[in-house]
Design a protein. Sequence first.
Length: 204
Amino acid sequence: MTDPASPEPGSLVLVRHGETSWSRAGRHTGLTDVPLTEQGKEEARSLRTLLAHRRFALVLTSPLTRARRTAELAGLPTAQVEDRLVEWDYGAYEGLTTPQIRERLGHPWTVFTDGVVAGGTPGETIEAVAARARAVLERALPALVHGDVALVGHGHCLRVLASVFLRQEPGLGAHLKLDPGSVSLLGHEHETPAIERWNLTAET
């Protein structure tokens, strides 16, 4: 429950989109507009039970179809497209799995510690993703005085955003597992940013 003395009584509700064929296969899905699978649609619908009791002052969604469709199926009202909620641009690693990238490089790799290289798209550094996350938070946080704020987006971008909200280095996101079709809650313990709940699904 939110501390009634907090100046920001609402919760920041992070919603990761439901399953896609690429997420199921472990492929890095950045700017490619992959639709939800039937399982992904069911995951999105199941989020209604986790979100129905909340009063949303603002709902923002990534422009990509998998996020916008998740917002719709989850019953989130009047979601506004926020371009800065788009997923990490993986550059040359778009569509590849982590084992494939490691085999190509010949050494251990993670996106949080090693980044990406340019390919069909320029790719992004973790600092660039964090800068986008800060801009999203600057837009979203003032609305918390009126209720909850939902951000519907993608695994890696939301993990970085949570790290920024918590006033930690963006690389903390490597330690925040976030499943497709999940809900996570960020709020405050007195004035300190805190995790209220993390990686909830209809099955947990």
